[in-house]
Ligand binder design. Structure first.
Ligand code: PSU
Ligand code: MN
Length: 308
């Protein structure tokens, strides 16, 4: 079904019509973030996790130049096995459309499409931010968080980024950074970063109440919910630091920048940690899918009270 330049799967069109909870899922993690075959496995597991928690998953991606909301299993396979996929943030949608390409939407791209579809809750692994290698390399994810009223559930951001600068930027743009059952901004693989959040909330219901209070005031920004990686899979900050420093130095030496920088750093860190980081990555993604589904259910329960 077509709506607002989007192509909705039948399941998503029905869920939107009947007003049942939906969680949007990004797809750059499938096309550029994880190696094969773990990318497909992860995409399926994320959807399963959302369903088991009582919501409908809507994986967002570009297929043959169409913006798709909700993919079938065959389509997930196609996306995960595609040879030349575009990493789609705001400026790339038109490229993918006119060239009829397949693409994975970033956090920014997924927020954009989810909002157009009317989906308010979105789960990802980690957001982009201000890079250490160049303070001019600021992810569109941050601008989207400032401008698109969606709840984004993540495990914080990787310490490949300049985390203090990333948090300063979010503060400047008026984006609430919520710590789920934590006072500390989580650093993706690590539960600790030494940096704070703007509010600590301890249940999905409190998060839904917070979103209602924020948006009923007329605020237009997104809300970043940071969910620390489960303890059993976490890798300490001190263990990650030397590997991040090495990957970062290699990126500078090889002149890698722009859209290619994040995938390069993710790949190198996975190699340097000999797969440990990959296991952590999968665990935190599932953890975020589950929390997002719980939040989506709470949001639905109070839909009538929304001003937007
Ligand atoms: N950070 C991660 N894993 C990821 C990404 C970021 O730990 O897969 C992806 C997300 O899709 C994010 C994008 O939106 O990279 C940010 O890329 P850039 O820095 O080029 O905006
Ligand atoms: Mn960038």
């Amino acid at each position: 079904m077509k709506k607002n330049n989007l192509t909705l799967s039948l399941e998503i069109a029905r869920a939107l019509n009947s007003g049942t909870p939906i969680v949007a899922l990004e797809s750059t993690v499938i096309t550029h973030g994880l190696p094969r075959p773990q990318n497909l496995e992860l995409a399926r597991d994320m959807e399963k996790q959302v369903r088991e928690a009582g919501a409908t998953p809507a994986t967002v991606a570009l297929l043959d130049g169409e913006i798709r909301i909700g993919l079938s299993d065959e389509e997930l396979v196609r996306l995960s096995e595609s040879q030349s996929t575009l990493k789609v943030s705001h400026r790339d949608f038109a490229t993918a459309i006119v060239k009829k390409m397949n693409g994975g939407t970033t956090v920014a791209g997924t927020m954009f499409a989810a909002e157009k579809a009317g989906i308010k809750v979105f789960a990802t692994g980690g957001i982009g931010g201000v890079h250490k290698e160049s303070s001019f390399d600021i992810s569109t994810d941050l601008r989207s968080l400032a401008e698109i009223p969606t709840i984004v559930v993540c495990a914080g951001a990787k310490a490949i980024l300049d985390l203090p600068a990333t948090l300063e930027y979010l503060e400047t743009m008026g984006v609430p950074v919520v710590g789920y059952q934590t006072d500390e901004f989580p650093a993706f693989y690590s539960r600790e970063s030494g940096l704070g959040v703007s509010a600590r909330l301890d249940s999905p219901k409190e998060i839904a109440d917070f979103a209602k209070a924020h948006w009923n005031l007329g605020m237009k920004s997104g809300i970043l919910v940071t969910n620390p990686i489960p303890e059993a899979e976490a890798i300490s900050k001190s263990e990650m630091e030397p590997m991040i420093a090495q990957a970062s130095a290699e990126a500078i030496a090889q002149g890698i920048h722009g859209q290619k920088l994040t995938p390069f750093l993710l790949g190198r860190i996975s190699e340097l940690t000999k797969g440990k980081s990959l296991k952590a990555n999968l665990a935190l993604l599932l953890n975020n899918a589950r929390l997002a589904a719980e939040i989506a259910k709470e949001m639905n329960a109070k839909k009538k009270e929304w001003a937007i």
